[in-house]
Design a protein around this ligand. Structure first.
Ligand code: PMP
Length: 425
């Protein structure tokens, strides 16, 4: 029995499902998860000492690759001074200034400790600011597990076939309206039905929790116009896309200015961090300046701030452009080897994220099309790739991530493995 299997058996008796976050359990692909020993650069190593080329990157943050020396040093140095104070520190200002420099629409920034906290807080602020109860989200988009947002959600909720969770009172869920991603008409219809009730639209600018779906031309601009027309706020949830689709996030890539932005895992460089921010005018409504309450004992934690600042500083170099180049190389390469082996495959990518779909459809641009793809084929492919030492996200509904540490050789080895796997499907 492998050590991973041994640990998984042991874990299941003390941790629900053996994991502290659902998709990790490999429910989406079958079999037990790998237990990880360590990670370095583009590679993770399991407890059985096998090395894998990693396209999960801790679900996004490892844009620089694992265990980047500057981040490791920042964490160790910061730890010398103590782990948490619950009082202001200068590093929080420097970090907020760095985020603001890279994402200028975030004129003011509030740090939190996860993506869920960021989106939950941004939604409360939008509701408090507009004095309206309803929110609009898109089917298949995931914004963390806060009550209002776990309605027709993507990611693990979709993988487990429970897009709307029990435990959320119908009285809460009724305030969450859902529209179809890349379909402006479905958004307009909801605003026409509730012209004075919708506080905000929250959207992943590139949907990454139902595989990877870039926005159709004009979709994000259309959302901006609808929000302006009806006095609602536009929240871009850049927990996944921030610093990944472009250094300035998807908002820079697609040239769209949101009222609020949410950020997550990426800005911690691997530490638990999130943030939300927007114009002074809106952010002034947050406590202690304004009446909308939001707080966190460990928010702005000094270790996390130092790690995050080191990560953002290391990303902010000309080498960053390589991320999109490498991603394109892998995505186009996958398409090519699929063609060569006669496997119908659609591929999407944006900046440093990508997705592939086993389907005859030439392009996958919406949730319905995602659901029509061949998940069984994905499961088989996933395990064949794992055997070849390639670690993909263990679900057909998650985006893949590259890092700057992935080498040409890594990409080429991945394509060789993929060709072999495709031919065995
Ligand atoms: N928003 C998006 C777009 C996400 O992808 C995620 C997590 N994958 C979240 C919010 C929630 O972040 P966290 O898991 O840190 O709570």
């Amino acid at each position: 029995m492998s050590k991973s299997t041994e640990l998984f058996n042991r874990a299941q008796s003390i941790i629900p499902g053996g994991v502290n976050s659902p998709v990790r359990a490999f429910n989406g692909v079958g079999g037990g998860p790998l237990f990880i020993q360590k990670a370095q650069d583009a590679y993770i190593y399991d407890v059985d000492d096998k090395q894998y080329i990693d396209y999960v990157g801790s679900w996004g943050p490892m844009i620089l690759g694992h265990n980047h020396p500057a981040i490791k040093k920042a964490v160790i140095d910061a730890a010398e001074n103590g782990l948490s104070f619950g009082a202001p520190t200068e590093i929080e200002i420097i970090m907020a200034e760095k985020v603001q420099q890279l994402v200028p629409s975030m004129e003011q920034v509030r740090m939190v400790s996860s993506g869920t906290e960021a989106t939950m807080s941004a939604i409360r602020l939008a509701r408090g600011y507009t004095n309206r109860d309803k929110i609009l989200k898109f089917e298949g988009c995931y914004h963390g597990h806060a009550d209002s947002l776990l309605v027709k959600a993507g990611s693990g909720a979709l993988t487990l076939g429970q897009p709307s969770s029990p435990g959320i009172p119908a009285d809460f869920a009724k305030h969450t309206l859902t529209a179809d991603f890349n379909d402006l008409a479905s958004v307009k219809a909801l605003f026409e039905a509730y012209p004075d009730d919708i506080s905000c639209i929250i959207v992943e600018p590139v949907a990454g929790n139902m595989n990877c779906i870039p926005p159709a031309e004009g979709f994000l601009q259309g959302l901006r116009e609808i929000c302006d027309k009806y006095g609602a706020l536009l929240i871009l949830d850049e927990v996944m896309t921030g610093f990944r689709v472009a250094l300035g996030g998807a908002q820079a890539h697609y040239n769209i200015k949101p009222d609020l932005t949410t950020l997550g895992k990426v800005i911690g460089g691997g530490m638990p961090v999130g943030a939300f921010g927007g114009s002074h005018k809106v952010m002034q409504h947050i406590a202690p300046t304004g009446p909308v309450y939001q707080a966190g004992t460990l928010s702005g934690n000094p270790i996390a701030m130092h790690a995050g600042l080191a990560a953002l500083t290391a990303l902010d170099t000309p080498e960053y452009a390589q991320l999109a180049i490498k991603t394109k190389q892998l995505a186009e390469g996958l398409k090519k080897v699929a063609e060569e082996t006669g496997v119908p495959l659609a591929v999407n990518y944006a900046g440093g994220m990508f997705g592939f779909f086993f389907t005859d459809q030439p392009q996958v641009t919406n949730f319905k099309q995602v659901c029509a793809c061949d998940v069984e084929k994905f499961k088989k492919f996933f395990h064949l790739m794992l055997e070849e030492g390639i670690y993909l996200a263990p679900s057909a509904y998650e985006a893949g991530f590259l890092s700057l540490a992935h080498t040409e050789q890594d990409i080429s080895n991945t394509l060789i493995a993929a060709k072999k796997a495709f031919s065995q499907l």
